[in-house]
Write a protein that binds this ligand. Structure first.
Ligand code: AMP
Length: 113
């Protein structure tokens, strides 16, 4: 998946402001932040969309949430943050490597746009 920008970030080939990384998950700041805290949490192995997640991916998908908790604690937004997954272009997905958006540092409204 050499053409995938998030795969390149995971491999360290494209610079990113990484806030957490382990063998299976990487978290880095979004380049176009939509909130004072806006971090993307991705599996290191390429999965294009939430709709492509298989039972074999269940563990790493869980690890995305564990990493989100860790990042929220590190960045001191645990009291209120939003996790978002856009699946498909119609839902606003622009990078086709599964990612959680962790948004924090401000209040959020519902429903989202
Ligand atoms: P989505 O639209 O849900 O696919 O989210 C993709 C996100 O990736 C957007 O919020 C972009 O601002 C962000 N993004 C794209 N390229 C980069 C990059 N090189 N480093 C950090 N964030 C990026």
């Amino acid at each position: 998946m050499s053409e995938c920008i998030f795969c390149a970030i995971v491999r360290g080939e494209v610079p990113a402001d990484i806030v957490y990384q382990d063998e299976r998950v990487t978290a880095f700041y979004d380049i176009h932040p939509a909130a004072p805290v806006h971090v993307l949490i991705v599996p290191n192995a390429h999965i294009a969309r939430a709709a492509d997640v298989t039972p074999e991916d269940a563990a790493v998908v869980g690890e995305l949430f564990v990493a989100a908790r860790r990042v929220a604690e590190t960045l001191e937004v645990s009291e209120g943050y939003r996790l978002v997954v856009n699946n498909g272009r119609r839902a606003g997905q622009s990078v086709f490597h599964l990612h959680l958006h962790l948004l924090g540092g401000r209040a959020f409204t519902w429903p989202p746009g």
